[in-house]
Every structure is written in structure tokens, then in C-alpha cells.
Design a binder for this molecule. Sequence first.
Ligand code: F6P
Length: 347
Amino acid sequence: GILTSGGDAPGMNAAIRSVTRAAIGSGVEVVGIYRGYRGLIDGNLKVFTPRDVSNIINDGGTMLWSDRCLEFKTPEGMAKAIATCEKFEIDGIVAIGGDGTFKGAIDLARHGIAAIGLPGTIDNDITSTDYTIGFDTAVNTTIQMVDRLRDTCESHARCNVVEVMGRDCGDIALYAGIATGATEILIPEVKFDENEIFERMNKYKEEGKRHFIIMASEGIGSEYCESLTKKIAEHTGIETKFARLAHVVRGGSPTLRDRLLGATMGIKAVEELLAGNSNLVICENDDKIVSLDIEFALALDKMYKGKLKDGDLDKFSEEQIQQMKDRCAEAKAKVESLYKMAEDISK
Ligand code: F6P
């Protein structure tokens, strides 16, 4: 079975196609499950042939549709999902999505259904993988939008505060900010001082700069992003507009990177299931596609996001905990070095 859950992301269809064709090619029957875990509860699924996934590789969104299904988290919901798996002889599931999707996969595995997670989210907020399916497209779409805003800012000597998605991860803002030469990048991972921003902007204005792009991640607070627009105008005298790109950067045809990532991760997921493995998440680390224990990946994620609760690390060895700490330090250092680079060249 294959499903997509949580926020859709460009490249999910490439992964669905890859999982379906790789599995069928190995003699395994595949069912597409519609609307995420909700489809498992409702029995909303279809036996796929290779033709069912043709002409989708270029489509954004997910042809299997998505859902954030709360009922699946209840014992009753899980019982219905397991009954569906038994009825349709589903032995293994590939679940594409973010950390919420992976929690669902772990629950399925605990109930005897082999489960493999694929990281699919525009946010790039899964600490165990360098890239998630959908991130590259979302950043490229953001770049296109911001380039347009810049044209009009330059013409009118204006500033534009641009808020982009990312829940509590600033990667879309950070990468797109660097690529569009944003004046300032505001992300939840790095502290900033608004008075210093105003000072810098005033200096650049005196030097003759006409366009100002302030790239802000929703993780610093959507209300704050909007209120900053007014404050900038007050403290700099620069006419300032606000743009929230929101879901517009979640759609659209996937880039080469997201199609390749979806395809390669999909094949790897099928290989793992055929080898009798379960409870894994497929990741890209240093350009290699690898499989990691999904519970390790979730604990690592909580560690990075400062969300660990008492007991969350009990089941892990000292060595695993050290690996998590190293990975967190690496991820933090990567964000800081990119941020510094952006600062150095935005003057
Ligand atoms: O996780 C992907 C994401 O697009 C986040 O960037 C954003 O905060 C959230 O989903 C929006 O969720 P919804 O689609 O339910 O509005």
C-alpha cells in the first residue's frame, strides 16, 4: 500500500509512481490508498496497474490526495485501519509525508504491518535527511515570486516583506533569501534585532539602494511578519508592502531534484520492504540514499527542535544518542554558516 499524508509536496507523485512500478516489477501487488491514513480507515483504495500512475510525474500535489487524520491516532481508528489491511492483504505500507506521517507508520508497524516512511514536505524540516521531497520546488517557486517582487520594488524604491511557509523551520526562507539576494532573512533558528535591521536599511538607502526584500519565515510568527511591515516603513521612511506567499509555493510541477529524489527514495523503500524490513525512513545523507530507523529519526528530530520529553531517549544506546547529538550539531552549523554567508553578501 502507498499513501501520502500531511501537507502535499511536489515530487510526491514521482515517488508514488516509483514505488508502484518498482513493486509491480518485482511481482508485488500495489494498492493506492486515498486521503492518507483516512483511506485506510475507510477502505478507500484501488489496486494499481503501472498505467494508474502514468502521466503524473510532472504533476504537483498528490494524486492520492492527503489528509491530517486524527481518527487514525485513536485505538478505534487503528483497529479499522488494521481490518482494512487484513481485508485487502496489505503486508506493507509506504507512507510519504512529514513527522506526523512517520508517527502513523510506527503505529502501523507496531500492529504488524511493515511500514516505511518517505520524507515528503516542502519545509525540509526532517532532521535525519538533508533534503525532503518538495523542498527544492518550493524554494524555486519562491525565487520566481521574489524576483518579480524585486522588479517592482526597484522601480518604486520600495521594500517588500515576504512571508514564506515553513512552520517552525526556516529553510525555505533561508535558501530562497540567499538565492534572491534578500536584504534580510528572518528565520526561527537565528535571533535578530529589528533595530539593527532598520539601521542597516537606512544605511543602504543612503548608499542608493532602491529595492529591499525582507524574507521572513512563518516560523517567526505570521502576525509579527505583517506588523514588521509597518515598523520598517516608520523607522526607515521606505514605503513597505507585505506579501504572504503561503500555499502558492506548495503547488506546481516538481523540479528535477524533487522528481529524482521521489524516484530514488521510492525504489529504496520497495527494496527495504522486499528485504523484509520495516520501521525505516528513507533519507538522503551526503548525496547517498540511506535507510534509518524511523524511531531514531523521530527522536533526532525532537532533539533538534528542542521537543524531547522525559523518557524519549530511554530506548536508545549511548552511541545512538551521540549520533543524534552530532547530527543536530551538523544541522545547526549548516544553517548558521548559510545564514552568515547571506549576511556577508547582502550588504
Ligand atoms: O508542513 C507543510 C506546511 O505547508 C507548512 O509549511 C505550513 O505551516 C503548513 O503545512 C500549513 O498547513 P495547512 O496546509 O494545513 O494549512
